[in-house]
Design a protein around this ligand. Structure first.
Ligand code: ATP
Length: 313
């Protein structure tokens, strides 16, 4: 049930926030402390600025999700905040949360299906629908339809939507001047863009996601650092073995900066989890480049996150 997942996401977030960063190895501790601050800022946007203005339980808000690492991080934090918001709504009741009905059975979500994505990414998206109880609107697959028109069609089907949560960050292309809450441009269908993850950097994303122990899209394990179209995205060249790893912070290429997070993950099994790489994808990826690659989280330099994008043909 969504209620259980929201509680679990709340527990993941609280557990991360309670890590005693001072007792963790010097580099990891520093990133963890910064990530804890980033989480608190995102929670503040959601609980104080967003949920007080748009009711997350009555369809005002939809969540844009494609299975990428950024929206997955935001989804975990968002669901955790939904649990907190639910708790605050029953505050003062003499009955515990188990005696109250969680007001939502599925999370309204929107996916714009424009690009030819890897099958592995599609399969991960479908697995996310089950795992996180998403009620997923998928736009008609038509590459000729532009983004604004795809959202226009979405709003025709879901006119109750006033605002859409987006996992964009300042480091993303065109992300620099975005604000946490802003209206769409006049040329777009009108809704509010809710962007509570803007201030996060790449290290913080990996630190939290690896600590969560949640299953991630398998492409990241193969050396992808961002999910793009199958026609223009390859593994990140900075992660090719035996080239130096991109952070240049360690001579030891067997370990990433996030070994502590993996060993102490919330799931308690000290492992990373991914959906299985689709066989067709595997052949395509290996045919393009037979080299070995470090997993995506060995790259922590924001500027190189999209180095695996080829120029559009
Ligand atoms: P990654 O950078 O690893 O691919 P990501 O997909 O989460 O992770 P971006 O590609 O930077 O991040 O996209 C920013 C945000 O825009 C996503 O987090 C998601 O909220 C939204 N988004 C991107 N592509 C789509 C899509 N096809 N459908 C719906 N929302 C999307």
């Amino acid at each position: 049930m969504l209620q259980d997942v929201a509680l679990n996401c709340f527990n993941i977030t609280q557990s991360y926030l309670s890590i005693d960063a001072g007792n963790v190895l010097a580099t990891s501790g520093h990133v963890i402390r910064q990530t804890q601050e980033a989480i608190q800022t995102s929670r503040q946007y959601l609980l104080q600025d967003i949920f007080t203005r748009w009711d997350p339980f009555n369809g005002d808000i939809s969540f844009s999700y494609n299975g990428g690492k950024d929206c997955q991080v935001l989804l975990i934090i968002y669901l955790g905040c939904l649990w907190e918001f639910f708790l605050s709504s029953i505050e003062g009741s003499q009955y515990g949360p188990q005696f109250h009905k969680f007001p939502l059975q599925q999370l309204p979500t929107v996916y714009i299906d424009q690009e030819d994505t890897f099958d592995t990414a599609q399969e991960f998206l479908q697995a996310s629908v089950d795992r996180y109880y998403l009620s997923l609107y998928e736009s008609a697959k038509d590459k000729k339809i532009d983004m604004p028109s795809a959202f226009e069609s979405f709003l025709t089907v879901h006119p109750e939507t006033e605002a859409i949560v987006i996992g964009v960050r300042h480091a993303d292309p065109f992300g620099e001047s975005l604000r946490p809450i802003q209206k769409t441009d006049p040329s777009w269908p009108q809704f509010y863009r809710l962007q509570p993850l803007l201030h996060w950097n790449l290290s913080q994303i990996w630190s939290f996601l690896l600590y969560s122990g949640e299953e991630m899209c398998g492409l990241y394990e193969m050396g992808f650092t961002s999910l793009g179209s199958v026609n223009n995205t390859v593994r990140n060249p900075y992660l090719r073995v035996p080239e130096p790893i991109a952070s240049f912070t360690k001579a030891d290429t067997k370990h990433s900066d996030f070994q502590w997070e993996i060993e102490n993950n919330f799931r308690g099994d000290s492992k990373t989890h991914f959906n299985k790489i689709n066989e067709t994808d595997l052949t395509k990826i290996r045919n393009h480049d037979a080299s070995e690659f470090h997993p995506g989280w060995y790259l922590t330099k924001d500027e190189w996150e999209r180095a695996g994008r080829l120029a559009k043909k």
